[in-house]
Unconditional design. Structure first.
Length: 207
C-alpha cells in the first residue's frame, strides 16, 4: 500500500515541471480551518444521527517522516496520514500535505482531514454500522462532512474543487500495518463513495 501511494504521488510530482513553493502560513491556515469545520460538522451532526454524545478526537497534527506519534507501538509512516484508534488521534506527514497542496490545491488538505476524521467517527459507531468497505465509507463520510460545511457556509466550494478532490482520491491512501492493498478501492469506487456522501448525507454512508 505504501508503494502504491508513494508511486502515485511521485508521478504526480514528476508530472509538474515547475516546483511550486508552498506558502506554509496559508497551508497551516487551511489545515486549521479544515480541522475546525470538520469537527464542528460532527459536533452538530453526530448526536442527532447516532443518538450518542460527540467527543472530538485529538489532533496530534503534523509530523515528518518517522517522527510522528507511535500508534500501538508502530512508528509513523512517511508521506502518510492516519487515525490511531488506540490513542484516538489524527496525524499527518507535513510533506504529504505540502506535496498535494502545491501540486493539486487546498481541497487536498480538506479531504485528508475529513477522511481521517471519518475514521475517528467509525471508531465511535457500533461495529455493525461500520462498513466492511471501511475506507470507502470513510470517503463517503468525508464527502458528507465537507458538503455539510459548505451548506452552512463554513467553506466555499471554488471552481476546480471537484477536480482537486478527484485527484486527491486518486493519489492518497492512508496506511496502517493492518491495511490491505484492496482496502481503499479504485478511483471510480472512491469518487462514487465520496459523491454519495455529498449528495445524500451521513445516513447514506451507514449501511
Ligand atoms: Zn482511510
Amino acid at each position: 500500500m505504501r508503494r502504491i501511494a508513494l508511486l502515485l504521488l511521485a508521478v504526480l510530482v514528476a508530472g509538474c515541471t515547475e516546483t511550486t513553493a508552498v506558502n506554509q502560513d496559508t497551508m497551516d491556515k487551511d489545515i486549521q480551518s479544515a480541522v475546525e469545520v470538520v469537527d464542528d460538522f460532527w459536533r452538530q451532526t453526530f448526536p442527532e444521527a447516532f443518538g450518542e454524545p460527540y467527543e472530538s478526537p485529538r489532533v496530534a497534527g503534523g509530523y515528518t517522516g518517522v517522527d510522528g506519534p507511535q500508534c500501538a507501538g508502530e512508528r509513523s509512516v512517511p508521506f502518510n496520514a492516519y487515525y490511531c484508534p488506540t490513542g484516538d488521534y489524527i496525524a499527518w506527514d507535513e510533506d504529504l500535505m505540502a506535496a498535494g497542496y502545491s501540486q493539486i490545491g487546498d481541497a487536498w488538505v480538506y479531504l485528508i482531514i475529513a477522511h481521517e476524521w471519518a475514521h475517528a467517527i467509525q471508531a465511535r459507531l457500533d461495529t455493525d454500522q461500520v462498513s466492511v468497505a471501511a475506507e470507502l465509507q470513510a470517503d463517503c463520510l468525508a464527502g458528507a462532512s465537507l458538503q455539510g460545511a459548505a451548506e452552512t457556509g463554513r467553506i466555499a466550494i471554488e471552481p476546480g474543487d471537484a477536480q482537486e478532490l478527484a485527484q486527491t482520491l486518486a493519489a492518497v491512501a492512508d496506511e496502517y500495518p493492518w491495511t490491505r492493498v484492496s482496502d481503499h478501492g479504485n478511483i471510480q469506487e472512491r469518487t462514487s463513495a465520496f459523491s454519495l456522501g455529498v449528495n445524500r448525507g451521513v445516513e447514506a454512508c451507514i449501511s
